[in-house]
Design a binder for this molecule. Structure first.
Ligand SMILES: Cc1cc2nc3c(=O)[nH]c(=O)nc-3n(C[C@H](O)[C@H](O)[C@H](O)COP(=O)(O)OP(=O)(O)OC[C@H]3O[C@@H](n4cnc5c(N)ncnc54)[C@H](O)[C@@H]3O)c2cc1C
Length: 378
């Protein structure tokens, strides 16, 4: 007979593992039976997460690098941003997975199944090799399935190719990372490069676009090569690792709760539509869920940030998607006219209305206002 579970988590990625780790950490779920399902064990360093944070975070132990200094560059404005009280942090995917599974494997109340999930609802989870009856379990889903495109929504992709570049001599300042360098050609649409030094000789250099379609591999590599040569001024280097990723940037409607299933992570709308940043939103969501469970609060009443931030994201996405104001202009204006601390707070959905009005007034007000009106009446 199949075991019964209290919680079933679909997907052992960032959101599924963050939620489970918080449950384990609280020690209040030790008597609950939990099932985690993913298609394969997490054995690859398949992504690198970067994010800004003020205090020590829940995953502080596995932060691989952090920087107090961040540079922003554009044609007519470059600055070493004062990001205090934030630090910019990097966690490698493989460290995250190993850290989580070291802990999860010690828990006698957690079962793991590796199998492809073909369908699920609040009564049954259909895997390739078996089906799981949900029974009384609460189901958390982190499998993102893009919805059918709607005419009044925007669908951009943040896509990037990154190289870990190893120079043949000391080249990088390990204390300072480049958050965005917009000096590159904007021919395809919003395009920038970020450079995260790992030590004096090695850095992750990531060529990033916010556009509707992908480039081919040769195009990313050509642009990376040009950037390393023309902007980093490195003639001789080796590529010792690489990364490719696609993050959906969309204002499609995401719901946390639907048909008796709770959606978490990107699947639950935790990817910020205007920037693609997700890691910290997942952390906030995981904490809010666990706090609510501990207080026996009805989860369907949870909301993770004020609705007005969706409106700002939709407005920014409209500007980007319609090419009414490129990302280069938007981010240059944001960082030129505001303290980085304020920009980060705004992008974290944590500012108050007064701060938001001030920040938005520093964008090209005409375009922003027009796009905002269109979004409002949409
Ligand atoms: C390369 C890359 C780099 C990124 N860098 C950053 C960053 O620097 N900062 C930031 O804030 N965000 C970043 N993101 C965005 C976001 O943080 C990540 O995508 C994050 O992993 C999202 O977490 P998630 O749990 O929603 O999805 P995932 O981490 O993708 O987890 C989903 C899980 O579901 C499993 N799964 C999917 N389909 C099935 C199926 N049919 N059956 C069984 N299992 C299945 C997958 O194997 C996976 O383990 C990045 C994304 C990528 C792709």
């Amino acid at each position: 007979m199949q075991k019964s579970y209290d919680y079933i988590i679909l997907g052992a990625g960032c959101a599924g593992l963050s939620l489970l780790m918080r449950m384990i950490d609280s020690a209040q779920f030790a008597d609950k039976r939990i099932l985690l399902i993913d298609k394969t064990p997490k054995t690859k360093n398949d992504r690198t997460w970067c994010f800004w944070e003020k205090e020590k975070g829940f995953f502080e132990k596995i932060v691989y690098r952090k920087w107090d200094g961040l540079v922003f560059r554009s044609d007519n404005y470059s600055s070493l941003l004062d990001i205090f009280p934030y630090q910019y942090k990097m966690i490698r995917g493989i460290d995250f997975y190993n850290h989580c599974f070291n802990e999860i494997n010690k828990q006698v109340n957690v079962d793991i199944i590796y199998d492809e999930i073909n369908s699920f609802d609040s009564s049954v989870i259909q895997l390739t090799n078996q089906s799981i009856k949900v029974g009384q379990a609460m189901v958390f889903n982190s499998l993102y399935q893009p919805a059918e495109k709607k005419e009044d929504k925007f669908y951009l992709l943040q896509h990037f190719k990154g190289w870990i570049v190893q120079a043949d001599k000391n080249t990088f300042n390990p204390d300072v990372a480049t958050l965005m360098d917009f000096r590159v050609q904007q021919d395809y649409g919003t395009t920038f490069v970020y450079t995260l030094p790992l030590n004096e000789r090695e850095a992750l250099v990531e060529y990033t676009l916010f556009t509707e379609s992908l480039l081919n591999n040769q195009q990313y590599e050509e642009e990376l090569k040009n950037y390393v040569r023309d902007f980093l001024k490195i003639d001789s280097f080796k590529v010792i690792d690489e990364e490719f990723g696609i993050i959906p940037m969309t204002n499609e409607d995401f719901s946390f709760s639907s048909n008796g299933v709770f959606h978490i992570g990107t699947a639950g709308g935790q990817t910020k539509a205007s920037t693609g940043y997700t890691f910290q939103f997942i952390q906030k969501q995981a904490k809010a869920i666990v706090d609510a469970l501990l207080q026996q609060q009805d989860l369907s009443t949870l909301s993770f940030f004020p609705k007005r931030f969706q409106f700002y994201d939709s407005t920014l996405l409209r500007l980007l998607a319609k090419g009414e104001l490129g990302g280069k202009e938007i981010f240059t204006r944001l960082f030129k006219a505001n303290k980085a601390e304020q920009v980060f707070k705004f992008l974290d959905n944590e500012t108050n209305l007064g701060e938001e009005i001030k920040i938005m007034s520093t964008l090209q007000i005409g375009s922003f206002f027009k796009a905002g009106v269109k979004e409002f009446f949409r």
